[in-house]
Every structure is written in structure tokens, then in C-alpha cells.
Design a protein around this ligand. Structure first.
Ligand code: HEC
Ligand code: HEC
Ligand code: HEC
Length: 409
């Protein structure tokens, strides 16, 4: 926010310069201030600045990704090494479509999968603000990704899988405050970049939005109000954490400390409150199913199956001959009694090692990762999709978990 004397001076200067210029000048001023605010909400400065360098937005900061190190480019208005020569359209395409100026695709370490929820006006205003920054001549070192990820055309497939472009759409059933919070969290705030679990290829697991992820040696916890630690935080405490970095429950360190420092602490009280209101209302899979018909359970179960199981058992359940069982023909799946299916999901399974195959293939345990509702959903999906068996309730999962626990202790 501008300090008042500054505003008064600017307005004074504009008034002195005559009628038409006044409104144009005020508009520019408003656009630049709005752009500055959004650049904070989007935390552009933290990735595009080498900490301690004093050269804000001049790039060069290495960004750790699951695949290797990317280096954030110079986005100051320097015409040669920054984005000074870019058109507003090119800038918009980078932010909202993930396109470089040469038309190739950016890597999603630049959070365009979230920034795409911003509007054309938003990116225009951010550009207007960045144009007021001092240009810094700084050539940024090239990225260091291992082959084949260094081939940008590969990003085409990635985008097809994980990028759903398009502006934020308000939910008419929710309040204005809720929608403002949803826009900030899903769009500029790109909270999911750290808080949403990723697939093997680093895409967001859409079925588990904001349910927690571990990156760069930090755990970004579940920030939905379903099962995670935030379930018991009142909205005001959540807003306080975002605004100040601490509250009576927690203090932000590491990556989140930076997010608070450069981004959320610079937002208005109304905006951090709006984010809290939204986060308090999203509940992850548990709530999605509380209100539900069987179909919802199966949809949720199918999503979990695609995320966690299909890598081995294949999307169509057929598995890999002699290695991974074919679920579409497995007796355990067709059986009326779900005990074995639940046990395998909760505890994993090690097929017997024989002389011919001394190391039998193993199925990992998911009991530590999935809660009862999620295990029930994926078990229901598998049994319903490939068998004709009835739905598995979460009570049964709870019982089975307790029985397994008793047996191993
Ligand atoms: C989480 C870190 C991160 C944040 C936050 C971030 N960027 Fe980036 N940005 C990057 C990385 C990394 C690249 C390079 C990606 C690549 O090489 O494919 C990049 C690329 C870009 C490019 C393309 C530059 C070029 O030379 O091709 C522009 C423009 C850009 N960012 C602007 C922004 C703006 C504006 C914001 C805030 C609205 C922002 N970025 C926020 C990491 C980030
Ligand atoms: C760069 C990665 C990153 C981004 C982006 C990010 N977070 Fe975090 N967040 C973390 C990490 C890591 C922690 C754990 C912090 C700690 O251990 O002190 C955390 C913690 C939190 C917590 C406290 C949870 C608890 O149980 O203590 C909240 C609330 C939170 N983040 C909300 C958000 C919101 C809202 C956004 C988007 C505006 C966001 N975060 C964006 C990495 C991130
Ligand atoms: C890392 C690969 C892998 C993943 C991931 C995996 N499985 Fe398995 N699964 C296996 C293997 C290997 C077996 C056979 C184990 C055995 O022979 O005892 C198996 C066995 C099973 C069985 C028993 C089949 C039978 O014929 O008795 C079921 C049911 C099953 N998996 C379901 C799942 C579900 C549901 C998921 C996701 C939550 C999943 N699996 C994820 C590898 C995997």
C-alpha cells in the first residue's frame, strides 16, 4: 500500500498536468498498485530473486524440483537479459499458459498451472508494476535438468496430463468472501504447488488437493479442514498464521516462513481472512463422502486407484503377467468377503519367493497413507469395478485395521 503523502503528491502533480491526463494517470497508478499487490500475492519475488542479492526480480535463484534444478529467469525490464522487450501478450502467455517467448513450454516450477486462474487484467497489472522496477542486466545460467527432461517438447505431454488452463470461476453457492479466498489460494497464492501431493511426474494429484506433500526436505502439511492438523484451528487463528507467521498452535519455518514473509503477510486482513474462510470449508475426501451417494464413493475410489494403484495394476486392472496380479480376474476381488482386499491394501503383500523366482514382487502397504474412508473408497471401487461385490464401509476398515494391529503386536 502506498503511503499517503506519496499519493497526495502524485495526485497533485497529475491535477497540475490537466484533465485527461489526470484520469489516465490515476488509472495507471491504480493498475500499478494492483499489480504490486498481486505480485506479492503470487510471490514472484521469492523465486525470481537470489536471497540477499538485493537484486529483486533479477533471477538466478536455483529452484529445486523432483527432477533437477531449474534456474528462475530475470524478469526485470532489462531489454536484453530480462523481459523489457516482451509484449503484454507474451507476458500473459508465460503466466497463464506456461509458454516461453519462443513458444516452447515452461517447466511447471514456474507455477503457471495456478497462475492460469488469474485474469487477463491481473497479468496486465502485474506487468505494469514490473515495468516500474529498475532494470538489472543479469544473464541467468541455463537450467540443469537431466536428459530427457531437458527436452521442453516433453512438456507438451505433461501439460496434456496435468495442466487445466482457465480463469477462476466463482462458485455461486458460496459467499463473496469464500470465492475471494478460493481465487487467492488456487490462483496467485499457488498453495497447492507445495501442499498438494504430486504424481510420479510431478503433476498435482487432483483428487488430493492441498492434502499435504513433502518437498525439499520439508513437510507441507494437509491444509484442508478434513483430517489434517488445521481441522481444529478456528478461521481467525488460521488468518493470523498467514498474516504473522504464528498463532497459538504453530510458527512458520523454512519454506512457509518465506511464503509468509514475502507474500501472505503483505496481504490485507480481509484477504487472509478470505483464504482462511475458504480453507476451513474444504474438507478433502472425508467430507466429500459424508454427503454422498455410492457413486461419489466410487468416483473418489477411482481417483485414488488411478493415483496410487494404476502404476502397477494398470488403469484397466490387468496388471503385468507373472509380476502384478490382474485385478479384473482376481478371486480376492470378486469374493463377497472383502477381508483380503482390505488386508492387502492396509498391509501390502509379499508374494512367496520360490526357487525359480527368489524375490517375489511385493505390494507396498497403504495403511499408513490412506485413512479409513479412503481405504473404503478404493476397496469399493476395485470390488465394484471388477467384481460385482457390494460397497465396503469405513467401519469395516476400522475393524480390520484394529484386527491387524492386534495381530502384529
Ligand atoms: C515457485 C517459483 C516461482 C514463482 C513463485 C514465480 N516464478 Fe516465474 N519462473 C520460475 C521458473 C523456475 C521459471 C523458468 C521455468 C523454465 O525454465 O521453464 C520461471 C519463468 C518465468 C517467466 C518466463 C521468463 C523467460 O525468460 O522465459 C516469466 C515471465 C515469469 N516466470 C514471471 C513470473 C511472475 C510475474 C511471477 C509472479 C506472478 C512468477 N514468475 C512467479 C519460478 C517461479
Ligand atoms: C514453497 C512451498 C509452500 C507454499 C507455496 C505454501 N506453503 Fe504452506 N507450508 C509449507 C511448509 C513446508 C509448511 C510447514 C511449515 C513448518 O514446518 O513450519 C507449511 C505450513 C503451512 C501452514 C501451517 C500448517 C500447520 O499444520 O502447521 C498453513 C496454514 C499453510 N502452510 C498455508 C499455506 C497457504 C494458505 C498457502 C498459499 C498462500 C501456502 N501455505 C503456500 C510450504 C508452502
Ligand atoms: C508397487 C506395485 C503395486 C502397487 C502400487 C499396488 N499393488 Fe496391489 N499388488 C501388487 C503385487 C506385486 C501384488 C501381488 C502380491 C502377492 O502376490 O501377494 C498385489 C496384489 C494386490 C491384490 C490382491 C490380488 C490377488 O490376486 O489376490 C489386490 C486386491 C491389490 N493388489 C490391490 C491394490 C490396490 C487397491 C492398490 C492401490 C491402493 C494397489 N494394489 C497398489 C503390486 C502393487
Amino acid at each position: 500500500m502506498p503511503r499517503w503523502p506519496q499519493v497526495v503528491l502524485m495526485v497533485g502533480a497529475l491535477v497540475a498536468s490537466g484533465g485527461a491526463a489526470v484520469s489516465a494517470g490515476l488509472q495507471d497508478f491504480a493498475a500499478i498498485e494492483r499489480g504490486r499487490y498481486l505480485a506479492n500475492a503470487a510471490d514472484c519475488g521469492s523465486c525470481h530473486t537470489v536471497p540477499g542479492s538485493g537484486q529483486r526480480f533479477a533471477g538466478g535463484r536455483p529452484i529445486e524440483t523432483p527432477f533437477g534444478v531449474l534456474v528462475a529467469p530475470n524478469i526485470t525490464p532489462d531489454r536484453e537479459t530480462g523481459i523489457g522487450a516482451w509484449s503484454d501478450e507474451e507476458f500473459d502467455a508465460a503466466l497463464r499458459q506456461g509458454l516461453r517467448r519462443d513458444g516452447k513450454r515452461l517447466y511447471p516450477a514456474m507455477p503457471y498451472p495456478y497462475f492460469t486462474r488469474m485474469s487477463r487484467q491481473d497479468t496486465k497489472d502485474i506487468r505494469a508494476y514490473l515495468s516500474t522496477i529498475a532494470p538489472v542486466h543479469n544473464t541467468v545460467a541455463a537450467n540443469k535438468l537431466p536428459f530427457p527432461l531437458n527436452i521442453r517438447t516433453g512438456m507438451f505431454a505433461w501439460d496434456r496430463l496435468y495442466f487445466s488452463p482457465g480463469e477462476f470461476r466463482a462458485n455461486p453457492d458460496k459467499s463473496i468472501e469464500w470465492n475471494r479466498g478460493a481465487y487467492l489460494v488456487q490462483g496467485p497464492g499457488h498453495c497447492g504447488a507445495c501442499h498438494t501431493p504430486k504424481t510420479l511426474f510431478g503433476g498435482d494429484k487432483a483428487s488430493a488437493s492441498l492434502q499435504g506433500y513433502t518437498l525439499q526436505g520439508w513437510v507441507a502439511p494437509d491444509i484442508t479442514s478434513g483430517e489434517g492438523p488445521l481441522a481444529s484451528w478456528p478461521a481467525d487463528d488460521l488468518a493470523q498464521y498467514l498474516k504473522t507467521g504464528h498463532n497459538r498452535f504453530a510458527a512458520a519455518a523454512g519454506l512457509m516462513g518465506e511464503v509468509v514473509d514475502f507474500s501472505t503477510s503483505k496481504l490485507s486482513d480481509a484477504d487472509v481472512k478470505a483464504m482462511a474462510t475458504y480453507l476451513k470449508d474444504i474438507k478433502g475426501p472425508k467430507a466429500a463422502m459424508d454427503s454422498s451417494s455410492d457413486q461419489k464413493v466410487l468416483t473418489a475410489g477411482g481417483a485414488i486407484y488411478q493415483d496410487l494403484c494404476s502404476a502397477c495394476h494398470k488403469s484397466d486392472g490387468t496388471g503385468v503377467p507373472n509380476l502384478i496380479p490382474d485385478l479384473s480376474h482376481a478371486a480376492t476381488v470378486e469374493s463377497g468377503d472383502p477381508t483380503t482386499v482390505l488386508r492387502v491394501i492396509l498391509q501390502g503383500a509379499q508374494s512367496v519367493a520360490t526357487d525359480r523366482e527368489p524375490t517375489g514382487p511385493a505390494m507396498p502397504a497403504f495403511g499408513w497413507q490412506l485413512n479409513d474412508v479412503q481405504v473404503a473408497a478404493v476397496a469399493s471401487y476395485v470390488r465394484n469395478h471388477w467384481g460385482k461385490a457390494t460397497k465396503v464401509g469405513e467401519e469395516l476398515v476400522r475393524k480390520e485395521r484394529a484386527a491387524l494391529h492386534a495381530r502384529t503386536n
